[in-house]
Design a protein around this ligand. Sequence first.
Ligand SMILES: [Zn+2]
Length: 53
Amino acid sequence: MAKMRDDVALVCEGCGRRNYMTSRDLKKEGKLHIKKFCNWCRIHVLHKEAKKK
Ligand SMILES: [Zn+2]
Protein backbone atom coordinates (compact mmCIF):
# COMPACT_ATOMS: atom_id res chain seq x y z
CA MET A 1 0.00 0.00 0.00
CA ALA A 2 1.42 3.33 -1.04
CA LYS A 3 1.98 6.00 1.51
CA MET A 4 -0.15 9.01 0.69
CA ARG A 5 1.34 11.56 3.03
CA ASP A 6 4.90 12.54 3.75
CA ASP A 7 6.25 14.28 6.81
CA VAL A 8 8.13 17.43 6.01
CA ALA A 9 9.74 20.24 7.94
CA LEU A 10 8.91 23.85 7.20
CA VAL A 11 12.01 25.99 6.97
CA CYS A 12 11.98 29.75 7.45
CA GLU A 13 13.28 31.57 4.40
CA GLY A 14 14.60 34.35 6.60
CA CYS A 15 16.80 32.47 9.07
CA GLY A 16 16.71 28.89 7.77
CA ARG A 17 15.43 27.42 11.00
CA ARG A 18 13.03 24.48 10.98
CA ASN A 19 10.09 25.92 12.81
CA TYR A 20 7.26 23.59 11.93
CA MET A 21 6.55 20.00 11.14
CA THR A 22 3.70 19.09 8.87
CA SER A 23 2.65 16.42 6.48
CA ARG A 24 1.97 16.95 2.84
CA ASP A 25 -0.18 15.18 0.35
CA LEU A 26 2.06 13.24 -2.00
CA LYS A 27 -0.48 13.58 -4.78
CA LYS A 28 -0.05 17.33 -4.85
CA GLU A 29 2.72 18.52 -7.07
CA GLY A 30 5.22 21.17 -6.24
CA LYS A 31 6.72 22.31 -2.99
CA LEU A 32 4.84 23.70 -0.08
CA HIS A 33 5.16 27.40 0.55
CA ILE A 34 3.33 28.59 3.61
CA LYS A 35 3.46 31.95 5.29
CA LYS A 36 3.93 31.39 9.01
CA PHE A 37 5.17 33.23 12.02
CA CYS A 38 8.85 32.72 12.80
CA ASN A 39 9.75 33.10 16.46
CA TRP A 40 13.32 34.00 15.53
CA CYS A 41 12.61 36.56 12.84
CA ARG A 42 9.54 37.73 14.80
CA ILE A 43 7.59 38.27 11.62
CA HIS A 44 5.44 36.27 9.29
CA VAL A 45 7.69 34.89 6.60
CA LEU A 46 7.46 32.30 3.87
CA HIS A 47 8.34 28.79 5.02
CA LYS A 48 9.18 26.13 2.50
CA GLU A 49 9.21 22.41 2.90
CA ALA A 50 12.33 20.39 3.54
CA LYS A 51 12.79 16.69 3.96
CA LYS A 52 12.50 15.47 7.51
CA LYS A 53 15.80 14.12 8.74
ZN1 LIG B 1 13.06 32.96 10.68
